[in-house]
Design a protein around this ligand. Structure first.
Ligand code: ATP
Ligand code: MG
Ligand code: MG
Ligand code: MG
Length: 568
């Protein structure tokens, strides 16, 4: 490509709102263009790098036997109602109506869509395992879109979904994806760490985040160089709670009178209400004492609890959440806010949770008379991510696994893998028939890579004060030939010759033949970060060109032939 013909507009000025290097540089190089807040377009150079990242992802996904499909970003609300997420996703879900008033959303992720495909198309165990993926535009109406591609409202994601017969098969699918992700991010030139992560709004049981290390990242991770523990700081705390089992006392039944208010429960637990008691969790029971699958949560005053985390905490199927009778429950318990299942207050079991580190030996009990359990413990009697985001593990804190002081780092979440289990197959009815013609739930996993965020993360890790320094694998072009005086016949001929030979050898090459001052050309070449620069200037008459790598300061005077050989 000749720069004189290319649609390229670099900027000398730094846009006001751009605070971090990747945002500033992607805008200054003209690789991305903002349309409105959190919505960007890609110009030729930017789009080439995006396509390279996509291609790396495709190769690694295909190598694992995953199959690419392409679904619409527009999703009917009905599917989201089936999974229960239509009511829970909140304002990040970009909702819209068609002319007949039918509800839709622009997909922030595609679990419902892929589950729907598979429940319709897969009948037999013979059709499993299956792993489907797409590279597609996602929409999230983020509260604070910022940092350019890092947190945008429209972005490109590779999302894949695995469908297996058993949990053991899921483990294999998960490991395959984990391995593919390590390969993808390595090939993209990123320094990253896979860390254990919270499962968040997607739900599920097991998860890793792939974190590209960077001071501007919004993920905080704790890791231990002694035992290799690595987790988001939220997750590390949960590990901590689970690891402290030694302190637990045996579960004990106690009898207490009548319905309790949150204050009474606090008093019963001998807790300072204002500081420690955070929430009441109710798992409701039917008349026979069986957990009927409804859960209710009440949160004191100002602090909002993440309902999804509460639900995960008790491993309750999410479709069991209802919104009935809230006022009545609030009245009865003296708590504010919250949710309740349709059965209201009958025979509730209460799990009282306190802030970390007070997770040990809690009380779980009935709102009605005569049933409490003492010494309820996280990990043994229930599993909870409830308090995870309240306090962060700090550098130097003891490692939750081995006790050595942990290190702390910031990073950019470029990908995440989840074991979903049967969360979606259960709520949406995705079954296969086993060898005995019996219906079995399909076991699922889901796996995401932020393609556009990965581009930003690469720039964040690969730049200097003059511009981007692309790793070859994702560089928009490999070589730039800087022709200093296009009107000089010898220079023009040699530059053109190098250009043709490199192009025919399959090297992606730019020829800067613009009528600009040399200073402008050098600045632009550094700014857009092409890995190899071959400068054709005065030395051309003596058969010499200058060969320079973007990431190094040394230059070499060599013959055009040598330069070509080196660049191929
Ligand atoms: P974050 O914690 O940064 O909000 P997330 O955990 O909500 O991200 P996932 O649901 O795990 O994101 O989506 C998979 C991947 O999509 C993320 O790992 C990230 O790379 C990318 N991604 C998510 N949200 C955005 C966004 N607003 N802009 C760009 N990329 C995003
Ligand atoms: Mg998010
Ligand atoms: Mg996240
Ligand atoms: Mg995530």
């Amino acid at each position: 490509m000749k720069l004189s013909k290319m649609h390229l507009k670099t900027l000398r000025e730094v846009p006001n709102e751009a605070e971090i290097a990747s945002h500033i540089l992607l805008v200054r190089t003209g690789m991305i263009k903002k349309l409105v807040s959190g919505v960007y377009g890609f110009m030729p150079l930017g789009w080439r790098s995006i396509r390279k990242i996509e291609e790396i992802i495709r190769q690694e996904m295909d190598a694992k036997g995953a199959q690419e499909i392409h679904m619409s970003a527009v999703q009917p609300a009905e599917l989201w109602m089936e999974s229960g997420r239509w009511f829970k996703y909140g304002p990040e879900l970009w909702r819209l109506k068609d002319r007949n008033g039918r509800d839709f959303c622009l997909g922030p992720t595609h679990e419902e869509i892929f589950t729907d495909i598979v429940r319709n198309d897969v009948n037999s165990y013979r059709q499993l395992p299956l792993n489907l993926y797409q590279i597609q535009t996602k929409y999230r109406d983020e509260a604070r879109p910022r940092f350019g591609l890092m947190r945008s409202r429209e972005f490109i994601m590779k999302d894949s979904y695995s469908f297996d017969k058993t949990y053991e098969d899921l483990d294999k699918s998960y490991d395959d994806m984990y391995d593919a992700y390590e390969k993808v991010f390595t090939r993209c030139g990123l320094t990253f760490r896979p860390v254990e992560a919270d499962t968040g709004a997607i739900g599920g049981s097991n998860s890793h985040e792939f974190t590209a290390l960077s001071e501007v990242g919004e993920s905080e991770i704790a890791y231990c160089e002694k035992c290799n523990m690595a987790a988001t700081t939220e997750k590390a705390l949960c590990v901590d709670a689970a690891a402290s089992k030694a302190a637990e006392l045996p579960l004990e039944e106690v009898h207490t009178p009548g319905t309790k208010t949150i204050e009474e429960v606090s008093a019963f637990l001998n807790m300072d209400q204002t500081q420690t008691l955070k929430a009441l969790l109710f798992v409701t029971y039917d008349d026979n004492g069986n957990d009927n699958g409804y859960v209710a949560a009440f949160v004191r005053g100002d602090r909002e609890l993440n309902m999804i985390k509460l639900v995960n905490a008790l491993n309750i199927p999410e479709h069991a959440i209802g919104f009935a009778d809230e006022a009545k429950m609030s009245e009865a318990t003296g708590c504010v806010g919250g949710f309740t299942g349709p059965v209201g207050l009958h025979d509730c079991k209460i799990v009282v949770d306190s802030e970390i580190p007070g997770l040990k030996n809690l009380c779980a009990g009935a709102c009605k008379a005569d049933y409490h359990l003492k010494n309820v413990n996280y990990g043994r009697d229930y599993s909870a991510d409830i308090v995870a985001d309240i306090k962060m593990l700090k550098a130097g804190d003891p490692c939750p696994v081995c006790g050595a002081p942990v290190k702390h780092a910031r990073g950019i979440e470029v990908g995440q893998v989840f074991k979903l289990g049967t969360k979606y197959s259960e709520s949406m009815g995705a079954y296969y028939k086993d060898e005995n013609q019996k219906d079995q739930l399909i076991v699922m996993g889901c796996y995401g890579i932020g393609v556009t965020r990965t581009l930003a993360a690469i720039v964040e890790q690969h730049h200097d004060e003059n511009g981007i320094i692309w790793p070859v694998s994702v560089a928009p072009y490999h070589v730039i030939i800087t022709l200093l005086s296009p009107e000089d016949e010898i220079q023009a001929r040699i530059a053109e010759d190098i250009y043709r030979q490199l192009a025919s050898a399959g090297v992606e090459v730019l020829l800067d033949d613009r009528k600009e001052r040399p200073g402008v050309k050098f600045k632009d070449a550094d700014l857009i970060g092409i890995p190899v620069r071959i400068t054709v200037g005065r030395g051309a008459a003596e058969g010499k060109v200058e060969y320079k790598l973007r990431r190094e300061s040394d230059k070499e005077e060599i013959s055009p032939e040598e330069a070509i050989a080196k660049a191929i």
